[in-house]
Design a protein around this ligand. Structure first.
Ligand code: ATP
Length: 352
């Protein structure tokens, strides 16, 4: 039997505006709080993954950015197991290919994935990567679950991956069940809802970070007192701000949540520093501008890395923002800024 069946998926990354930080279950990846994110435009930060199956493959293998990586990691295994267990019969009469539910358990996969942006540099490559893997595998294996169920599978690969299955604004509900069945992502608003927002990512450093999110979160949960004060009230306020396209509230909440998250990192033992001097100077620059305008024009948020994600309220503001950034932080200068990525917060999720 000389055939291979393949599916290619493309999934953008997402940027949390109310952060996920801390797990209550490390195996199932269940968070200690709800989070909200914006899914980016796939033209800029996205993962493209091709999954293929063939009777001639003798083991599961995966390549990330052209380099073979091990699939024996727990997170990958969870996703493969969950998808395989939901596989359904597939038949292509013309080509004479038939794969039954049982065949899927025995057939091996080859997976090739490519990120068009730095991997493991705090730009949520794991979110786009694992969402894309689950999405593409589900298509390949004829899985008939809805996006909510798929998000719960992606979550077991990388927590924030569950939010990349939808475009627009997405909430990851922490859930209450011990088995994680209600810890899923839901779409709050689609990609057309608030389309004047423009996101600019200032890549302060594309180097791999020193503290991985996984170990950082574990240390925080074990040692930070401040983490108990992260306010669930912000989730409701952020949902309202998004619903009403209320930029001043959106910006205040996003900035406050980012700063609180980094305060929690500092309150962790050993303390975690994700932002650097350039990150701090970008914050000052935006805060000064917002205060001078009297009402927020730009929001900033920083994940587990020094890179700034800036959200401008419209295109005009985005142009001004870029001008200011280029003036104060010229790329490749001693300010240590690597590059800019600019995109609308639209999304597409195509499978070819
Ligand atoms: P952060 O989540 O803190 O914003 P990050 O996601 O870039 O940053 P990590 O959390 O360290 O960084 O995740 C990197 C890991 O995610 C990689 O080592 C790899 O295991 C996985 N990963 C990244 N890209 C892909 C991909 N395209 N397909 C599958 N797995 C990926």
């Amino acid at each position: 039997e000389k055939w291979a069946l393949m599916v290619t998926g493309r999934t953008p990354t997402n940027i949390a505006v109310i952060k996920y930080w801390g797990k209550r279950d490390e195996t199932l990846i269940l968070p200690i709080n709800d989070s909200i994110s914006v899914t980016l435009d796939p033209d800029h930060l996205c993962t493209t993954t091709t999954v293929s199956v063939s009777p001639s493959f003798d083991q599961d293998r995966m390549w990330l950015n052209g380099k073979e990586i091990s699939l024996s990691v727990g997170e990958f295994q969870s996703c493969l197991r969950e998808i395989r267990s939901r596989a359904t019969d597939f038949e292509d009469k013309k080509k004479g290919i038939k794969i039954t539910k049982d065949d899927w358990q025995k057939l091996h996969l080859h997976i090739a994935s490519y990120n068009n942006f730095p991997t493991a540099a705090g730009l949520a490559s794991s979110a786009a990567g694992l969402a894309c893997l689950v999405f593409s595998l589900a298509k390949l294996m004829n899985v008939k679950e809805d996006y909510g169920q798929l998000s719960a599978i992606a979550r077991q690969g990388s927590g924030s991956a569950c939010r990349s299955l939808y475009g627009g604004f997405v909430k990851w509900i922490m859930g209450k069940e011990g088995d994680g069945s209600d810890s899923i992502a839901v779409q709050l608003a689609d990609e057309n809802h608030w389309d004047e927002l423009v996101i600019i990512i200032a890549v302060v450093s594309a180097r791999q970070k020193e503290t991985s999110s996984t170990s950082g979160m574990r240390d925080t949960v074990e040692t930070s007192l401040l983490i108990q004060h992260r306010a669930p009230k912000r989730i409701i306020q952020m949902e309202d701000a998004i619903k009403n396209r209320d930029f001043p509230s959106f910006a205040r909440l996003a900035c406050a949540d980012s700063n609180q998250f980094h305060a929690v990192c500092l309150d962790t033992y050993p303390p975690i520093f994700y932002m650097n001097d350039t990150s701090h100077r970008i914050i000052s620059c935006v805060e000064k501008w917002n205060r001078a305008e009297g009402t927020p024009q730009v929001a900033y948020t920083f994940d587990a890395g020094p890179n700034a994600v800036l959200v401008a309220r419209n295109r005009k503001t985005a142009a001004l923002l870029l001008q200011r950034l280029l003036f104060h932080f010229p790329p490749q200068s001693d300010t240590n800024l690597d590059s800019y990525v600019i995109g609308d917060k639209t999304i597409l999720q195509d499978v070819g």
